[in-house]
Write a protein that binds this ligand. Structure first.
Ligand code: PEP
Ligand code: MG
Length: 572
């Protein structure tokens, strides 16, 4: 089977087919005046579950032969259970009659249906019990918005196969146990893919028909570079895998040798290679590859997989580890970038479903609306700034007023802390912005006059410029950062930063792709921030380049309007 290879490497292991039944289900009573809201919540979960099944069905249309028929039949049966079924009626009656929460009502109703089917002793009905459980688990998962708990405790050597994994689910995977994973849904540039890369777990997403014909314990081979998943591979395939594994090991040893060498071009221009941190565990990897700093700390990890948002002290503790770990090298901490495909259960009270999540109340918009959230984060950053150089980075900035408002909150927070006798960074840390919305790129000159630095978020910049959801496998083939429109915005922003003499870096995924290195250098970028695992390869590439060549290449690329030609120029 093929899908999108999103995290390179080979993995061979024993299949664990994601079992949604392992969910823990909270149980509590509902006050009489809350029944209506609880029924609405249930209805919403039913709608979302239907939407997910329809999406899976659409994908399964690409299958051929009997598999297509079987999958289609199964999904239709599941969809039917989400329309006027005994399960739905039973849950509604229980929420009303027993005054209990929706997820508990689902769990009880499923158990009851299963029991009554089992009593009838009919093989057909017995088989339907599993379907009802699967549908019920989907409902519970959508209601609780929590990842399934079993995921962090998978046995060593597991290959995880699932319909879909959220970024929060992925964060729970233990790379020492999970050899690789594959899912039926998900795009190459979404946060699940980024999380997989940062954990260094080989992964394939968007793999049509993945869960058909595979069972627990089957041997699975994942090739995260080629984007293939092989169930019970033949001995010839296994021999090929072993040969590739040896080549990869040899290559890694060669790259390790680069650690000692400076990060300079052939003609002696120093390029700063920094690390992106998705999870704190990557700190060790960042120092191992000798990163010049942390160019992007995605602080969302602090809010994921927990019930309540972290307090200031807890944030300080987590960030201090990073600042101390980098021992004097700068750490760029981005304020919360929740929303879109990144959701956190701990913020369920303030994030709400939006008809257009990528364009909704997310990132800096959310922080400015819920001031305590922003103040707490800024206070934590100011406090850890005493221990080493930190910079504050704001996500999804689209207008100058957002920068001004945040700066005012920063100054007020600093005054409050000083008045309380708390030690904070002095002077205040630089305040910079992500350039990841086309409007911000086009107004880069105005932003450069008020910001201390820019970080180019080419993942979102591509998504928003081309109107392509970066996490949707159905449009993944259209997602292309080499589109001339995106490249012009990168060039425009770089020139504005250079004119205003403020630092600019690239921290989107292209920063870690050696194919892009000459182009970015040629456009004037001197700082690249990437997943730590990508750093040695980028260093290897830039040490073979001369800046004059890079500038010439950038000139040729910027004169082209055809994406294929641009792509060919990069490969030349
Ligand atoms: C980006 O959008 O390029 C970026 C670096 O931020 P994130 O991937 O976290 O959205
Ligand atoms: Mg972004």
């Amino acid at each position: 089977m093929t899908g999108l290879g999103v995290s390179p490497g080979l993995a061979l292991g024993s299949a664990h087919v994601s079992d949604l039944a392992a969910l823990s289900v909270p149980e509590y009573s509902i006050a009489p005046d809350e029944t209506g809201a609880e029924l609405d919540r249930f209805e919403e979960a039913v709608g979302l579950s239907r939407h997910q099944l329809l999406k899976l069905k659409e994908k399964s249309a690409a299958l051929h032969g009997p598999a297509a028929e079987e999958v289609g039949y199964l999904l239709d049966a599941h969809l039917a259970m989400l329309t006027h079924s005994r399960l739905l009626r039973g849950v509604v009656t229980r929420i009303r009659g027993q005054a209990i929460n929706a997820e508990a009502a689902v769990r009880i109703e499923i158990d009851e249906i299963a029991e009554s089917f089992a009593l009838m002793g009919d093989a057909y009905l017995a088989a339907r019990i599993d379907d009802i459980r699967v549908v019920g688990s989907r409902l519970i998962r959508n209601l609780t918005k929590t990842p399934f708990t079993a995921i962090g405790k998978l046995p060593t050597g597991t290959v995880l196969l699932a319909d879909e994994l959220t970024p929060a689910d992925t964060a729970l995977l233990d790379p020492t146990r999970v050899a690789g994973f594959a899912t039926a849904l998900g795009g190459a540039e979404g946060h699940t893919a980024i999380m997989a890369r940062s954990l260094g777990i080989p992964a394939v997403l968007g793999c049509v028909g993945l869960l058909q014909g595979v069972g627990p314990g089957d041997v699975v081979l994942i090739n995260g570079s080629a984007g293939t998943v092989t169930i019970n591979p033949s001995s010839a395939t296994l021999a090929k895998y072993e040969a590739e594994r040896i080549v990869a090991l040899r290559e890694k040893r060669q790259l390790d040798l680069l650690r000692q060498l400076p990060s300079i071009t052939r003609d002696g221009v120093a390029i700063e290679l920094q690390a992106n941190l998705e999870l704190p565990r990557e700190l060790a990897q960042a120092t191992e590859v000798d990163a010049a700093g942390i160019g992007l700390v995605r602080t969302e990890f602090l809010f994921m997989n927990r019930k309540d948002p972290p307090r200031e002290d807890e944030q300080v503790e987590a960030l201090l580890l990073l600042v101390r770990g980098m021992a004097g090298r700068p750490v760029t901490i981005r304020t919360l970038d929740i929303g879109g495909d990144k959701l956190a259960y701990s913020l369920r009270g303030i994030t709400s479903d939006s008809p257009n999540p990528a364009l909704g109340l997310r990132a800096i918009r959310l922080s400015l609306k819920y001031r305590p959230l922003l103040e707490t984060q800024l206070a934590a950053i100011l406090r850890v700034g005493v221990e080493g150089p930190v910079r504050i980075l704001l996500p999804m900035i689209s207008s100058l007023s957002e920068v001004r408002e945040t700066r005012a909150v920063l100054v007020a927070t600093a005054e409050r802390l000083r008045a309380a006798g708390v030690r904070i960074a002095d002077p205040l840390p630089p305040l910079g912005i992500m350039i990841e919305v086309p409007g911000a790129a086009l107004a880069a000159d105005a932003f450069a006059a008020e910001c201390d630095f820019f970080a180019l978020g080419t993942n979102d910049l591509t998504q928003y410029t081309l109107a392509i959801d970066r996490g949707d496998d159905q449009v993944a083939h259209l997602y292309n950062t080499l589109h001339p429109a995106v490249l012009r915005l990168i060039q425009f922003s770089a020139e504005a930063a250079l004119r205003a003499r403020i630092p600019i870096s690239v921290c989107g995924e292209i920063a870690g792709d050696p194919r892009f290195t000459p182009l970015l250098l040629g456009l004037g970028i001197r700082t690249l921030s990437m997943a730590p695992a990508s750093l040695p390869r980028v260093k290897q590439r830039l040490r073979t380049l001369s800046l004059a060549e890079a500038v010439r290449l950038a000139g040729q690329v910027m004169n082209q309007s055809d994406e294929r030609r641009i792509s060919a120029l990069l490969d030349y």
